[in-house]
Design a protein. Sequence first.
Length: 511
Amino acid sequence: METTETNVSEIIDKMKNLSKEDISLIKKAYDFSKKAHEGQKRYSGEPYFTHVFQTGKNLAEIGMCPPVVAAGLLHDTVEDTEVTDEDIKREFGDEILMLVEGVTKLGTIRYRGLKRHIESLRKFFIASANDMRVLVIKLVDRLHNMETLEHVPKEKQLRIAQETLEVYAPLAYRLGMRVLNNKLEDLAFKFVYPKEYSEITKILKQRSKEDIKYLEKVDRSLKKILAREGMRDVRTMYRVKGIYSLFRKLERKDKDINKIYDISALRIITKNIPDCYRVLGLIHSTWRPLPGRIKDFIAVPKPNGYKSIHTTIFTGNGGIVEIQIRTEDMHQEAEYGIASHIFYKSSKDQSEQAQSNRYWFERLVPGIMKNRKNQDEDFKKIANEKAPLWIKKMMDYSSVSESQEFLDDIREDLFQQRVFVFTPIGDVIDLPVESTPIDLAYSIHSDIGNHISGAKVNGKLMSLDTKLKNGDIVEIETKKTSKPTKKWLDYAKTTDAKRHIKAFLAENNVS
Ligand code: MN
């Protein structure tokens, strides 16, 4: 359980290489936010500030630079308190204002559980955050909201948990943030599939208890061997598979738990690559490996860039355990993804930061940056030189992937450039570029399309051939007497709208 006591030193202690200015920035953001949220309470009855405090602390923990941690502390001030954009700008400057505004903007999106909605929402997230760091703050914000979801009114719980499972967790996955991805999935799984959750938890508990017994034994023997060989820079840890990811894997393996070997694993973290192979040699000369389960993802990384050596061994007393061997760098990358790269060191160089942002957006949603094509070659060259290997691998999606889903996602993203518009109640709908209110009306329902009489774009009455822009709030007006004309065919961009209009005209003998 977390306490309601907060202390800024808990955040500062988690951060490395802070300058005097950095420390005073964190302290200032802490004090400012604490004062702004004074008197506000969470559903749990705790002071609201505990939420933003935890967000800031978790951002510090995953190695975010000072402006991001400060923005984490401030992320709810503009939306939920008297504080204005101008206050943030005056007190903290443009960079932090941009981050806080970005997070606030993402907070306005609502989730309705429609299949086509999910992909739109993911894309909208990426398209509307003009800095990758905004996404990271939003994900960490969601983590704490999920950790305290039990206090939220029942009718809201399911929606928030579903949104987490379908939108936020996959985003964390795409950003390579496996730890965060797992946490979000497991927290949401409990609310979305309570029955399955308790089943899997039971299986997992039982299995990992047995597994840990074997892991401990191997670990003890291995440490002796390593000491004898003079390898002192090696650390080990146990990892147990996430509950949701086990659930998914079980579904793929005919629900047969005995077909899954990696429920628990012993992780061995070394200083350098030669040591990985040395450790592998020592293990294989001590325990017998299972044939066909030795995978060298260091020599041949996974398409998503994952690097490690995996082997599965017979422990000699009836047990079978998986062992994963990797360097410290590989470990950071596998666990924290984008967070271990871009923000680990505070990047003072603004243009470098911007380039890296564009690079990531382009990787996540190819085509998003197309309108700036002339700069593209440049930035690709720079990004290529600077990009971590796993990202370069991600670009190469022609290679064979273990994850079909990942490939499908990328293909879908490649499809074409989209604009994202809102309905007045906050639904986000994605349409092809140059779509008009007519396309939007038909995408909601053919009846609405057939009777559209007007459209308000951002509160202003606009003509039906208005080209919609990203972020527009569009209200469709209908009249019983209103019906499609031949002109509408010129206005419509989507094949769906055109098809409906043509059908209507044919049926009513309009020529
Ligand atoms: Mn928040």
